[in-house]
Design a protein around this ligand. Structure first.
Ligand code: NAD
Ligand code: UDP
Length: 341
């Protein structure tokens, strides 16, 4: 199949491009490089030995997206193109609603015009909200989100689901990611947060490489085994392989289906620090600070449905996640801004 990756130069999109190409699919990328770099495309071509058509455009631009769909026979779109910083979304809600909702609407309109029937969407465990018990299961009702970012995901899920009800030809797969970390084992692509990391793993990696003095652990008084929050961390390459399965599944049926992509195993912040130290040989300076507003004590996935229906399950453990993060960070201390290796 030929897959259009909207936001494909980003962290998850770039790893998905590699796995799709490995599985024999073709990929086309559209990205405005708002949170990524054109250097990603060079790295992907080096890594895969393939020529990757890539367009610099805003996915809200209907004309640009329609032109891409007219140029390439696309079977499925994967929609990664979103703004994703939780704290920033609280400060700039309109920007988040505009970007995230309008990219979705534009993609759906252009797909309909071009006769593209399948879409896979990057959703998040955040849509389970604060009310649901853990582990999260796809059959649970969505909950209340604690920030505009989360609400955009919840709303985009609804928009896609409604579109599939109205158009019986449409196939929608909603993938609820848990906490993706790690990098491709080549060290050529990885997570490169522009303007400083918000998430735990890139922060730890930047402390290890000397770009940050120390990690602040947000709270050690949670009702968890060691007092720090627990999350379901998943290797980004496992997540990428999940997309290959999702694209193939999307093409085989109609309507909407939801899948958790997680491992089902929670780790605490202190577990992550210890595992990173063990796998890098670098000690991570940290101090405990106050809780971060909006953080839930712990959540993880029930990953049975993806195993049962998609035949997918995560296979890389926490050591691999840390080792590959460190390999990427050590070889690219300044991310994609460093000269190409
Ligand atoms: P990312 O920022 O690395 O990738 C998103 C890409 O989309 C970037 O390259 C960015 O430049 C591009 N983009 C954003 N708006 C665009 C627009 N209007 N037009 C064109 N390109 C645009 O983020 P990621 O971590 O790869 O996440 C991909 C998707 O997965 C996002 O939708 C994110 O919300 C979702 N998600 C991520 C996580 C996570 O922890 N990384 C967790 C759950 C869900
Ligand atoms: N965290 C932390 N210090 C940081 C960044 C994150 O202690 O500098 C904690 C955060 O409180 C949460 C966990 O690490 O418990 C994972 O946070 P992240 O932002 O990576 O993911 P999310 O909050 O989306 O689950």
């Amino acid at each position: 199949m030929n897959i259009l990756l909207a936001g494909g130069a980003g962290y998850i999109g770039s790893h998905t491009a590699v796995e799709l190409l490995k599985a024999g699919h073709g990929v086309v990328i559209v990205d405005n490089y708002g949170n990524s770099s054109p250097e990603v495309i060079h790295r992907l071509e080096k890594l895969t030995g393939k020529n990757i058509p890539a367009y610099c455009a805003d996915v809200r631009d209907e004309k640009a997206v329609s032109e891409i769909l007219a140029t390439h026979p696309i079977d499925c779109v994967i929609h990664f193109a979103g703004l994703k910083a939780v704290g920033e979304s609280v400060r700039k809600p309109l920007e988040y609603y505009d970007n995230n909702i309008n990219t979705t609407l534009t993609l759906l309109k252009c797909m309909k015009k071009a006769g593209v029937r399948n879409i896979v969407f990057s959703s998040s465990a955040t849509v389970y909200g604060e009310e649901n018990p853990i582990p999260y299961v796809e059959t649970m009702k969505k909950g209340s989100c604690s920030n505009p970012y989360g609400w955009t995901k919840s709303m985009m899920e609804q928009i896609l689901e409604d579109a599939a009800v109205a158009d019986p030809e449409l196939s929608v797969v909603l993938l609820r990611y848990f906490n993706p970390i790690g990098a491709h084992e080549s060290g050529l692509i990885g997570e490169d947060p522009l303007g400083g990391p918000n998430n735990l793993m890139p922060y730890v990696a930047q402390v290890a490489v000397g770009r940050r003095d120390h990690l602040t652990i947000f709270g050690n008084d949670y009702p968890t085994p060691d007092g720090t929050c627990r999350r379901d961390y998943i290797h980004v390459v496992d997540l990428a392989v999940g997309h290959v399965k999702a694209v193939e599944f999307a093409a085989s049926r109609k309507g909407t289906e939801v899948f958790n992509l997680g491992t089902g195993n929670p780790y605490s912040v202190l577990d992550i620090v210890a595992a990173f130290e063990r796998n890098s040989g670098v000690s991570i300076r940290y101090e405990f600070g106050p809780r971060r507003a909006g953080d839930l004590p712990e959540f993880w996935a029930n990953a049975d449905k993806a195993r049962r229906v998609l035949g997918w399950e995560a296979s890389r453990d926490l050591d691999a996640m840390c080792r590959d993060t460190w390999n990427w960070q050590r070889n690219n201390p300044e991310g994609y801004r460093a000269p190409r290796g």
